[in-house]
Design a binder for this molecule. Sequence first.
Ligand SMILES: NC(=O)c1ccc[n+]([C@@H]2O[C@H](COP(=O)([O-])OP(=O)(O)OC[C@H]3O[C@@H](n4cnc5c(N)ncnc54)[C@H](OP(=O)(O)O)[C@@H]3O)[C@@H](O)[C@H]2O)c1
Length: 194
Amino acid sequence: MPTRRKIIAYLATSADGFIGRSDGAVDWLDRPWPKGAYGMPRFMASVDTVVMGRKTYDFGRAHGTVGVPGKRTIVLSRSLRAEEVEGAELWRSVPRLAKELRAGKGKHVWVMGGAEIFGAFLDAGELDELILNVVPVLIGEGIPLLGPKRRTRELRLRSTRRFVDGVVRLHYELSPPAATGRGGRRRRPRRSPA
Ligand SMILES: NC(=O)c1ccc[n+]([C@@H]2O[C@H](COP(=O)([O-])OP(=O)(O)OC[C@H]3O[C@@H](n4cnc5c(N)ncnc54)[C@H](OP(=O)(O)O)[C@@H]3O)[C@@H](O)[C@H]2O)c1
């Protein structure tokens, strides 16, 4: 039976919970990758679509890389015009995009970030899984993984993995959004663990 297509956020954070410095810099991610490259090749083989926010797109463009070669690349923005976007599709609405992605057949979808887009998918109830590579470094200030306005969401820990260089991968499944939450996609509640 084919696997259900999932929308998966996969990001790296500092040990103090930032995805980038305040100016967006991710120099603290520039470190030698251990053998196996944190399992990235396997993850990359499981996705055919990459979704990013406009600021991540801008950052990639400024550094000469937009998206991942061979994968459908999507940028979310309300300010960009279609003719300004190169090497990616432009979408303006997370719920509409998620609906299209879930209706289509294919491999899983990687929500690459940044934090705003991660929060937007979370708030829309459109994330199935969250994979965090926690890098053993404190950077003191920056862009938090989740902005302070977000509500509480339960996560189910699926696996952890410690890599030789001290990076820890936390792999979570997301529970349905709370019934009182804004804009959440209602799903049938899971049974209580008791
Ligand atoms: N550590 C990591 O794993 C990782 C991963 C990815 C990125 N990053 C870093 O994160 C930084 C950027 O993150 P960020 O959180 O500041 O920005 P971001 O999420 O990349 O982009 C934010 C932009 O996305 C658009 N957007 C946000 N919500 C939207 C919605 N609901 N519908 C449509 N468009 C929406 C808006 O674009 P408009 O303003 O154009 O409307 C908004 O300004 C970059 O510096 C990058 O290097 C780190």
